[in-house]
Design a protein around this ligand. Structure first.
Ligand code: AMP
Length: 191
């Protein structure tokens, strides 16, 4: 009898978790032609506004098996910081910031890159990479893969063994993962 109750409880927990996971896409708004014509901007703000959904997303991201060997998380400016911070606290791994141009002081490694809607540059403080050997890259969305590749190139030049790219959302039809020579894990895929 007790076993049956435990089973029903577990079943209900799994059912609720599945319901939450299935509802992620309802918490993403699409804005056509933003920030420029032809781009379907995916706004993740509604996820962040709902603590239950946000917690579920972070739990799922933290279960990514590629993170097991990672000794640190490199989060990409700016929405990558949101997911990277929560994961760093949960997994107790050091967090390193890859920032847009002119945001970081000190000696930097820097690279230009192309993204779905323009060009930019990312930099990391050399000092922040001391003692880091096997980082994982964290971002909110994988689109064409240009941003993640920029960081991957920077880290490879510094002889780091990058473990994976972990994102919340992958825009599948842009085939970003085909351009990245890394294990890629996403919680949600959308066209
Ligand atoms: P990409 O380099 O093309 O993979 O683009 C990834 C980066 O650009 C991520 O940091 C995203 O935040 C942002 N991004 C690219 N495409 C979109 C999109 N359609 N909606 C929202 N953010 C995007």
């Amino acid at each position: 009898m007790e076993l049956a109750i435990v089973f029903v409880k577990q079943y209900n927990i799994i059912k609720v978790k599945l319901m939450i996971a299935n509802s992620y896409k309802d918490f993403i708004s699409t804005f056509p032609d933003f920030p420029k014509k032809g781009i379907f901007f995916k706004d993740i703000s509604p996820i962040l506004k709902n603590p239950t959904i946000f917690e579920s997303v972070i739990n799922e991201m933290s279960n990514c098996s590629f993170l097991e060997e990672a000794d640190s998380l490199i989060a990409i400016d700016a929405r990558g910081f949101i997911f990277g911070s929560a994961l760093a606290i949960k997994l107790k791994k050091p967090l390193i910031l890859a920032r847009k141009k002119n945001k970081l002081p000190g000696e930097l490694i820097e690279k230009n890159y192309g993204l779905e809607y323009g060009e930019d540059s990312l930099s990391i403080q050399k000092s922040s990479l001391l003692d880091i050997k096997r980082p994982a890259i964290i971002d909110d969305i994988l689109a064409t893969g240009g941003t993640a590749n920029c960081i991957l190139d920077l880290l490879k030049k510094e002889n780091k063994e990058v473990q994976c790219l972990l994102v919340f959302l992958e825009l599948s039809q842009l085939k970003g993962r085909d351009n990245i020579n890394l294990p890629v894990h996403s919680v949600l895929k959308l066209d």
